[in-house]
Design a protein around this ligand. Structure first.
Ligand code: ATP
Length: 947
């Protein structure tokens, strides 16, 4: 823009200050350009060239397309080479540039319109016709269009931002609507929850009603209900239906109950009727008896009263009084039956139980009725018999009377008859008495039955009253349920109406919003259409840039892959070199170890292996799982432990990783088994604090056996391999040292104390008189022996180990071999020792016997330490006899033996002190020199051993 401005100044200067034709170099250039290209092919250099080329206007052919009035749509396409970055600067400059131009134009117009001075007219006219002016007008048009384009872009920007604002508003509105709907949904759900509660309570109430134990129905606040969703309504409808079905069910049940009650009532009335019939019959019977009696009295008065007659009379009177009392009792019963039952309230509580009770009562009533009918039948029969007797008696009396009448004058006959009567009367009287008695009994039974009947009636009446009360309650509940249902339906319809309104409102609102948005969108769309050309040009720019970027990324990828490849090749070269080095290092270490072992063998020193106990689940449970011991994967001879803030490294013959298996441990000492067969004395013993895994390493478990079993297995398999060349005799003994007492674990009486003595054969060897030595033939046999020994060994639970071995156990396997060709004899001994664990009594919680055991264990281990110290210092006197343990191990720890100590350590921080002690001891043991191992072989010609 600076160029334009300069140009304009220059033009004005030319027009107003200079006279005559424009002879300027630039002007001539323009003239040339204008004549060559015409007005339609004029362009300007980009602003990027502004600084470099200085203020000049050039006409370029084929680089930029022209800006013409007719082709205004393409005015801002390729021909306009202004970059986006320069837009702001241009705008600013344009603002400066357009004002002088406008001045110039107004000046031009005034000149054309004749408003200017006459003196200037000719000059201006000249200038107007000049090609410079035409260029200027073109420039002006261009500038106008450019500013228009700027404005358009600005508006497009504004529209875009408006669009963004509208979109955010729309999103917000949608969010709000969603939240509102969710809230409504939640409300409805809570209403459904409330309704469900109400329904469940109604159901429970219904159940209570059916069982008769319900209390008054509580009224529910239906006002809490609020609009419901269609889904919720469906649920409610279902619930209402289920309630009505329940009610129907309940109604049918009530009907059944009523019919049952009717039946009960009917039966009761029948029973009452029956009872009244019976009573009527009894009354009739009584009446007939009375009549008969009257007649009898009359007869008696007529015939004269005898003794028997007097008795009959007396009995009859008694009978009469009894009957009276019976009737009195019956009356009383009737009166009592009219008194209302006091137990109604208790019966009301459980309708179900009442119903069963009623049924029970019905059945009992039925039974009673049957009994009653049976009794009545019997009574009838008795009555009938009585009547028969009476009738017979009457007949007789009548006959007698007739005879008496006929034979009035015949006194002797009368006397005779009267005598006969006298004789016969007692029998009849007796039968009468009996009948009376039975009658009395029946009457009593009858009264009992009637009592029961009346009791049942009372109960029946009570239950009827309860049933009536319940019926009343049911009616009340029904009306309440009806009311509730109506309320519910009202609420549902109200909710439906509210929901429809809300939905309609939301729909209208969203419609309006949508219309607005649509309008805005069409407006924006039209603006966008107008902006399309500008966008196209931008797009082309963007495409070119994109292609450049793509090319660059391709180039970049190629470069990166190449770099990676180079790095990989370098890394592989380095790692290859490293691997070689590592391999070399390992070989060196192995070689060094081998030479060291050979040297040690020559020196005859004790090999010390170290096994680190892994952190168990129990340790983790106890929370003490912080570890201080580390092993080196690349160097299996060192173990490092953190003690008092600094690392202490111990170098031993072999350090097993915590995860080392039983097999791996055994492989390390397997060769010693062969040595034993060859006639060497071998001793393997496990040393370490209590609970560090000594027994696990030596004995192992059933599924995962330790050194003992594996060594014996290997021994038998080796012997098997030598079969035919050598024959072997294997014997086994197993002892324990408990509280400084030697005990035979294979003995029938393991509590027997044994002593260690020097063998009287003069060999100087140790010997234990009374020790059971068992010859073993197979591995299976030895397994059994080991199991027996394990059973006999003393173990107790301590804080540190649940199955702590409280003794040192020594398994001795003696292998005597005979060379079948030369008859040479070898004798090798394999001592496998599981020492008791050292322990800190305050830690293991040892008290009483445990404390004594611990003290003895620690004392003997101390003696072992002294022996090791003496051996290390090559002292002339080694204090083997200071303890039973060292005394027994004298053979194994002495010169010419092959000895391996497996030191067991715990890696836990809580055991750091004990681990330190064990490792220090192990290192001391490492330095003990036993001298080269000696083989015990006896040639057939000599009875001596050669070593
Ligand atoms: N390497 C191991 N892997 C798995 N469990 C082990 C290991 N070492 C020891 N244990 C377990 O730790 C517990 C204690 O081990 P063990 O009885 O062998 O200790 P100890 O040193 O013989 O103790 P003590 O001296 O009191 O008799 C046992 O339950 C045993 O199974």
């Amino acid at each position: 823009m600076y160029a334009f401005y300069s140009l304009l100044v220059y033009i004005l200067y030319t027009l107003f200050k200079r006279k005559g034709p424009i002879e300027d170099e630039t002007g001539s250039q323009l003239e040339e350009g204008a004549s060559a290209q015409g007005p339609g092919s004029v362009s300007i250099e980009t602003m990027s060239r502004r600084g470099r080329d200085g203020p000049h206007l050039s006409v370029r052919e084929g680089v930029c397309t022209g800006l013409t009035d007719s082709d205004s749509s393409s005015s801002d396409s390729e021909g306009l080479c202004l970059s986006e970055e320069d837009d702001d600067g241009d705008e600013h400059l344009l603002g400066d540039a357009t004002s002088p131009l406008a001045e110039f134009l107004s000046f031009k117009q005034e000149a054309v319109g004749g408003r200017h001075k006459e003196a200037l007219h000719g000059k201006v006219q000249q200038a107007m016709d000049s090609p410079l002016l035409s260029v200027m007008s073109h420039l002006l048009t261009f500038l106008e269009r450019y500013s228009h384009m700027q404005r358009l872009q600005q508006r497009a920007q504004e529209y875009r931002s408006q669009l963004r604002v509208l979109a955010t508003q729309r999103r917000k509105r949608i969010k709000e609507l969603r939240a509102a709907y969710r809230q409504k949904l939640r409300d409805k759900m809570s209403v459904i929850g409330n309704l469900e509660g109400v329904i469940s309570e109604q159901q429970s109430l219904l159940e209570k009603i059916q069982t008769g134990g319900g209390s008054l129905y509580p009224l529910y606040p239906v006002a809490v209900l609020s609009p419901l969703s269609p889904h919720a309504q469906g649920g409610i409808h279902q619930l209402v239906e289920s309630i009505s079905s329940l009610q129907r069910e309940r109604n049918t049940l009530l009907d059944e109950l009523a019919s049952l009650r009717q039946e009960v009532e009917q039966r009761g009335s029948e029973k009452q009727k029956l009872a009244s019939d019976f009573q009527q019959q009894i009354q009739d019977l009584k009446q007939s008896i009375e009549e008969r009696e009257d007649e009898l009295i009359r007869l008696r008065t007529e015939t004269g009263v005898t003794d028997s007659e007097k008795r009959i009379l007396h009995l009859t009177a008694e009978n009469e009084s009894l009957k009276q009392s019976l009737s009195v009792t019956q009356r009383l019963l009737q009166q009592l039956s009219s008194i209302p039952s006091q137990s109604n309230t208790a019966l009301i509580k459980e309708n179900e139980s009442l119903r069963t009770r009623v049924l029970q009562l019905e059945t009992s009533l039925h039974l009673r009725a049957e009994q009653l009918s049976r009794l009545e039948r019997e009574n009838e029969q008795t009555e009938w018999r009585k009547r028969e007797e009476l009738r017979r008696l009457d007949d007789r009396i009548q006959g007698l009377q007739l005879e008496l009448e006929k034979e009035k004058g015949k006194e002797p006959e009368i006397q005779y008859i009267s005598k006969t009567v006298e004789v016969e009367s007692p029998g009849t009287l007796r039968s009468l008495v009996k009948a009376e008695e039975r009658n009395k009994q029946f009457a009593e039974q009858l009264s009992d039955q009637s009592k029961r009947c009346s009791h049942l009636e009372e109960q029946l009446r009570g239950s009827e009253e309860i049933a009536a009360g319940l019926r009343h309650k049911i009616v009340e509940y029904e009306s309440e349920i009806g009311k509730l249902r109506e309320d519910l339906l009202k609420e549902i319809t109200h909710l439906e109406a509210t929901k429809d309104e809300a939905v309609k409102e939301a729909a209208e609102c969203s419609e309006q919003h949508l219309d607005q948005l649509r309008e805005q969108f069409t407006g924006v769309q039209s603006h966008l259409v107008a902006l399309q050309p500008a966008l196209r040009s931008m797009k082309s720019n963007y495409n070119s840039l994109r292609s450049q970027v793509c090319n660059f990324s391709q180039f970049y990828e190629v470069a990166v892959t190449e770099a990676k490849r180079q790095i990989c090749s370098v890394v592989s070269e380095v790692s290859e070199a490293n691997r070689d080095l590592l391999e070399k290092y390992r070989k060196e270490v192995a070689l060094r170890r081998k030479y060291h072992e050979q040297l040690m063998e020559l020196k005859g020193n004790i090999r010390v292996l170290c096994r680190v106990k892994p952190v168990t689940a129990e340790d983790q449970q106890e929370g003490s799982h912080a570890t201080v011991v580390t092993t080196d994967l690349d160097n299996d001879s060192v173990v490092t432990m953190l003690h008092k803030g600094r690392d202490r490294t111990f170098e031993l013959d072999k350090v097993f990783q915590p995860q080392a298996t039983q097999e791996e441990v055994f492989q390390e000492i397997e060769s010693l088994v062969t040595s034993c067969i060859d006639g060497y004395n071998v001793c393997i013993f496990a040393y370490g604090q209590t609970g560090s895994g000594k027994t696990y390493t030596m004995e192992g478990s059933v599924e995962n056996p330790g050194i003992n079993q594996r060594a014996l297995k290997a021994l038998f398999s080796e012997i098997e391999d030598r079969k035919g060349i050598w024959s072997y005799l294997i014997t086994v003994s197993l002892v324990e040292i408990y509280n400084e007492v030697l005990r035979d674990l294979l003995s029938k009486d393991p509590s027997e104390k044994l002593e260690i003595k020097i063998n009287p054969d003069g060999s100087g060897q140790l010997h234990v008189p009374g020790l059971r030595v068992i010859e073993v033939k197979s591995f299976q046999h030895i397994k059994k022996i080991l199991a027996l020994g394990r059973r006999n060994r003393i173990t107790h639970g301590t804080k540190m180990n649940q199955h702590s071995s409280r003794s040192h156990a020594l398994l001795t396997i003696t292998v005597t071999g005979t060379d079948l060709t030369s008859e040479a004899r070898t004798t090798g001994k394999l001592n496998l020792v599981d020492l008791a664990g050292s322990e800190r009594v305050w830690k293991s919680g040892a008290e009483g016997d445990r404390l004594k055991e611990a003290q003895n264990i620690n004392r003997s281990l101390l003696a072992l330490g002294d022996v090791i110290q003496a051996l290390r210092a090559k002292q002339t006197h080694v204090p083997f006899r200071n303890s039973r343990l060292t005394y027994l191990l004298q053979d194994s720890l002495g010169k010419g033996n092959k000895t391996v100590m497996v030191v067991q350590i715990s890696s836990l921080e809580s055991n750091v002190g004990e681990t330190m002690c064990s490792l220090k001891f192990a290192q001391r043991v490492c330095k003990v020199e036993l001298g080269p191992a000696s083989r015990k072989i006896e040639s057939p010609s000599s009875s001596d051993f050669f070593s």
